[in-house]
Write a protein that binds this ligand. Structure first.
Ligand code: SF4
Length: 413
């Protein structure tokens, strides 16, 4: 096993409390932080190769580097995306509940690098208990003078609770929601530019990403790069759920073999059944058949080579008893319900596909219906404001292409 970067205190009783967290080294990185310039901290994050752990995997340093130089009267903001809503994903929750002071330490370091004086944590509406834990930790940090007016850096942190919309995990929808508007994704700029909150330049980062920053400051970028692979350095909190003996969250370096992870750490498939398929990183990822996962490693490049994405690292294990069309129906219902409705291909396409698949599952479908599902998926791809519809389309195509016989056998003609 490796020396954990973000999960070190997960098994420590009361690790969410400031006194315990401090006795285990939380906030120690701040001594090094304030001895360096903000630009040096950004440089360290760039050198570490830290990649976003919320799904996209973009290099964190690239996001930070496009922030403009600070100007008087123009604030910068940092927003932590804690809107963890993708089915199969429950990793950030562990940090929020068990080590919220690690997140605050990471926020202080990142805010210092980005010239931010007010950071926001946007947390999923359904995360009542994690929100309570994080707010208690923020209160403790204010009282202890770690943040706020009594602190060296005078950073404010505000926890904002969402209202239960999946799409608010999309960063521009999250920012709209934080501004008090409907959580609708924004049109994207053509070139690279920061996000905008209250008309000010903003960085949006995932919880686990920011929680990795203190390690990079304390141990150095090379220490971070000593984990994982050349293109996917560091570690990630990988999840196991579904038909697995040992479900849970495990911090591993990128590059571990997927089959080994399932068998040796996950204990293998539950009830000694055969493995049928794996959804590797949250429910919107393309499904992988069991017969290829022996050659898949848990990093961005391997998953891409094998026709899927690493996403959030939340793996859903399916055994031989799973009906793939029923599993896809379940997801289509979910995504139809969660479409924000701005784009016609997404608003209409997800519902249309759901209705067609219901017809097929009821025994009234035809082979043309399966072709129609593929055609609708293709019309949803690349024609919408955000990646929600393309992700649903890619997911649906992968289910049909990986297991065509399960769909066609349901069709009378
Ligand atoms: Fe909304 Fe779907 Fe369009 Fe995204 S793709 S903006 S979720 S309608």
């Amino acid at each position: 096993m490796i020396k954990p970067i973000v999960s070190r205190l997960f098994q420590v009783p009361n690790s969410h409390k400031l006194e315990i967290a401090r006795s285990h080294g939380r906030y120690d990185s701040l001594k090094i932080l304030f001895s360096k310039s903000p630009e040096e901290i950004t440089q360290m994050v760039c050198q570490s190769g830290l990649r976003g752990k919320g799904g996209g995997g973009a290099p964190t340093g690239d996001k930070w580097k496009i922030m403009p130089s600070p100007k008087p009267g123009i604030p910068h903001y940092l927003v932590i995306n804690a809107d963890e809503s993708e089915p199969g994903t429950f990793k950030d929750r562990q940090i929020l509940e068990k080590d919220p002071h690690l997140l605050i330490e990471g926020i202080i370091a990142s805010s210092y690098a980005l010239h931010v004086k007010h950071a926001y944590i946007y947390i999923r509406g359904e995360y009542h208990f994690p929100a309570q834990r994080v707010q208690e930790a923020i209160n403790e940090a204010y009282e202890a003078g770690i943040i706020g007016p009594k602190s060296e850096f005078k950073l404010d942190i505000t926890l904002h609770r969402g209202a239960g919309a999946y799409i608010c995990g999309e960063k521009s929808a999250l920012l709209e929601s934080l501004e008090g508007k409907r959580g609708h994704p924004r049109l994207k700029p053509h070139g690279k530019e920061p996000e905008w909150l209250f008309e000010a330049p903003t960085v949006v980062n995932n919880v686990e990403t920011i929680a990795s920053v203190p390690f990079i400051i304390q141990e150095g970028p090379d220490a971070y790069r000593s984990y994982g692979t050349k293109d996917s350095p560091g570690t990630m909190l990988f999840g196991l759920s579904g038909h697995i003996k040992n479900p849970g969250i495990y911090e591993l370096p990128y590059g571990v073999n997927m089959l080994q992870f399932i068998q040796e750490i996950g204990g293998g498939v539950r009830d000694n059944k055969e493995l049928k398929a794996v959804v590797p990183g949250g429910s919107s990822c393309s499904i992988l058949k069991a017969d290829i996962i022996h050659k898949v490693t848990l990093d961005y490049e391997s998953l891409k080579r094998n026709g899927s994405t690493l996403g959030t690292g939340g793996m859903i294990i399916m055994d031989e008893s799973v009906s793939i069309p029923k599993a896809m129906k379940n997801l289509l219902e979910f995504y139809h319900h969660e479409s924000c409705g701005q784009c016609t291909p997404c608003r209409e396409g997800t519902g249309w596909m759901d209705r067609i698949l219901a017809k097929v599952l009821n025994g009234n479908g035809t082979k043309e219906d399966i072709q129609l599902l593929l055609e609708i998926s293709n019309t949803m791809n690349g024609k919408t404001i955000c990646v929600f519809a393309p992700a649903v389309a890619t997911m649906a195509i992968s289910y049909i292409q990986a297991f065509p016989e399960e769909f066609y056998v349901l069709c009378a003609k």
